[in-house]
Design a protein around this ligand. Structure first.
Ligand code: SIN
Ligand code: MN
Length: 262
């Protein structure tokens, strides 16, 4: 899939694009089956939350090897409809995946993600330039009740703002300070709720401010994420690098695959 010039401009202006029905019901079903299988594994890159230990986040599904590797996620990552827009928005054909994850956000127990920029963390991984973007694929219907994402349109244009380490949630992360968020929200258009049926996708810039609420509903909210970086922007060496499942060291340029999710 080739983005139009207008879509590329829209991405540059708003920091995101939404793609209704990018994946079919059958493809979503395949990705869901795989997510369910991986969620049952006892692996270093499968994280849980809540009193019952429901799965929260799992990584490396796109990988060639390892316990959480899934050919269906690998195929999705390399499919032209995902890879090509990532290449176009990063302005280069040489891109790789910094990480791939599924966030399960289980019914009732699945918790919030505070407002943050992904590049808040990725810069600390040793990455210099915000030449990064993420594809989100909805594996469930995402609603405001079940904790869909919110994007703050245009917020990527102000660049990376110093984050603070927030460990108040089940998956600690570098989040945006309340004063930064209030100023940004007062200056920019209303946040957009990223809602839609399963198979909807969104591509967003690594400096776009985004967040999601607690899942208050009785059904899970599963999202798959493919985070792309330009190969030329690979991280420099840092002291105590994060594990490979969040900061990949496979910097080989990706080669476009078939458009089928096997
Ligand atoms: C993220 O921002 O990385 C994940 C948020 C979510 O899945 O709700
Ligand atoms: Mn994020």
């Amino acid at each position: 899939m080739e983005l139009t010039e207008r879509q590329v401009e829209q991405f540059q202006r708003d920091g995101f694009l939404i793609f209704p029905a990018l994946f079919s019901a059958e493809e979503v079903e395949r990705l869901r089956e795989e997510a369910e299988r991986v969620a049952g594994l006892d692996a270093e890159c499968v994280f849980r939350e809540g009193s019952s230990g429901v799965p929260k986040t799992m990584f490396r599904l796109h990988a060639e090897d390892g316990p959480t590797a899934s050919p269906a996620y690998r195929a999705a990552a390399h499919a032209p409809r995902i890879l090509r827009p990532a290449q176009q928005t990063l302005g280069t054909d040489e891109v790789y995946i910094h990480h791939c994850k599924v966030n399960m956000k289980a019914a009732i127990e699945g918790s919030a993600w505070p407002w943050h920029q992904d590049f808040g963390t990725w810069h600390l991984d040793g990455i210099e330039e915000p030449s990064m973007a993420t594809f989100l694929v909805m594996l469930d219907e995402a609603t405001e009740m079940n904790g869909c994402l919110y994007f703050l349109p245009g917020s990527h244009r102000d660049g990376r703002v110093d984050p603070y380490f927030d460990s108040s949630t089940a998956y600690s992360l570098w989040a945006s300070k309340p004063e930064t968020m209030k100023a940004a929200m007062n200056a920019l258009p209303e946040p957009v709720a990223v809602k839609g049926p399963p198979g909807t996708a969104a591509l967003f810039h690594c400096n776009l401010l985004h967040a999601s609420g607690h899942n208050l509903s009785a059904t899970d909210r599963w999202h798959a994420y493919f985070c792309f970086n330009a190969c030329a922007n690979r991280p420099r060496d840092v002291e105590n690098p994060r594990p490979d499942y969040v900061r990949s060291t496979d910097w080989r340029p990706m080669v476009e695959g078939a458009d089928a999710i096997a």
